[in-house]
Design a protein around this ligand. Structure first.
Ligand code: PBG
Length: 335
């Protein structure tokens, strides 16, 4: 096939014509999900050093913040709780009066129309900062200190966390620990406890990424030893991301996810093409901080760069975009 007469530049000559030929719908606030950090035991919001403009909120400010987000046209938040006390097994994560549970309750009471998603993981709640419980290995005198996360013990705790969020009134749980069988365990526990309607947005294809650096400041959850490569995905792989998502769909996930987003648009594209299933991408903390830093230095036009990036995620196939720029972008869409 050839198109000898088509002059592509005719389509680009003015904004009205460019708009007529657009293949991707403009990103709107309704595509976005705003992450919200809630910290136990603080009285005033605290800006995260490595993420200027993003805060840890005290419980008493969370409803007002949720209202602002909702009023901007953003339909959902994803909550991360930071508890006062951490232990080896993350017991504060499934405490029915824990920080995340309280935040869910307050938001659902004050801003009922806002969808509340809660991250289901252990890393913010455990003293060692890993996403699961650590296997106890028999110690011998010449054995190197090794660690491994106990997959099957961890998914039992993740299920308890999810049920506890459900009791508090959460709409969607988002397991992010990258343990095998976590979606199945959570789905089973939700159904057993009479919460069959709670949806699961699975962090199905989550890579071991250095772009999470600033988040670990925000959620106060850096691993105290080792790293997360024994459970998060190796970024050399792409087929594996598809397989992970398929497994989660089989276990009962309602939406799958690619994380990070910026260096992983090929993965977003593949998942959408091959699975044709609701898909979110998570533009992570490091993606926010890079742009913010360059914008603060006057090196980039923040607004234009962010809108270009978000459109890229949508063009690649993401239905929903989790981004720390959600609020800012929603304001930009209005102007
Ligand atoms: C794990 C979790 C992490 C993020 C979201 N959920 C951290 C990690 O896996 O290391 C990272 C989000 C970001 O960097 O913005 N509970």
């Amino acid at each position: 096939m050839s198109y000898p007469k088509i002059r592509m530049r005719d389509r680009r000559k003015d904004e009205a014509t460019r708009k007529r030929f657009r293949e991707t719908a403009q990103v709107s606030a309704s595509d976005l999900i705003m992450p919200v950090f809630v910290k136990e035991g603080i009285v005033k919001r605290k800006e995260i050093k490595s993420m200027p403009g993003i805060y840890q909120f005290p419980l008493r400010e969370v409803a007002v913040e949720a209202r602002k987000i909702y009023d901007l046209g953003i339909p959902a938040v994803i909550l991360f709780g930071i508890p006062k006390y951490k232990d080896e097994i993350g017991s504060s994560a499934y405490d029915d009066n824990g920080i995340t549970q309280e935040a869910i309750r307050i938001i659902k009471k004050k801003v009922p129309m806002l969808t509340v998603i809660a991250d289901v993981c252990m890393c913010e709640y455990v003293s060692h900062g890993h996403c699961g419980v650590i296997k106890k290995k028999p110690e011998t005198s010449n054995q190197k200190p090794e660690f491994d996360v106990d997959n099957d013990e961890t998914i039992k705790i993740l299920a308890k966390i999810a049920v506890s969020y459900a009791k508090a009134g959460v709409d969607v749980v988002a397991p992010s620990a990258m343990m095998d069988g976590q979606v199945k365990a959570i789905k089973g526990a939700l159904v057993k406890n009479n919460f069959p309607k709670i949806k699961i947005m699975s962090y199905s294809s989550k890579y071991a990424s250095s772009f999470y650096g600033p988040f670990r400041d925000a959620a106060e959850s850096p691993p105290q030893f080792g790293d997360r490569k024994t459970y998060q995905m190796d970024y050399y792989n792409s087929d594996e991301a598809v397989l992970e998502a398929k497994l989660d769909i089989g276990e009962g996930a309602d939406m799958v996810m690619v994380k990070p987003a910026l260096g992983y648009q090929d993965i977003i594209y593949r998942l959408k093409k091959e699975l044709k299933f609701p898909l979110a991408c998570y533009s992570v903390s490091g993606e926010y901080s890079m742009i913010k830093a360059a914008a603060c230095a006057g090196w980039l036009d923040e607004k234009k760069v962010v809108l270009e990036m978000l459109t890229g995620f949508k063009r690649a196939g993401a239905d929903k975009i989790i981004t720390y720029y959600a609020k800012a972008a929603a304001k930009w869409f209005k102007t």
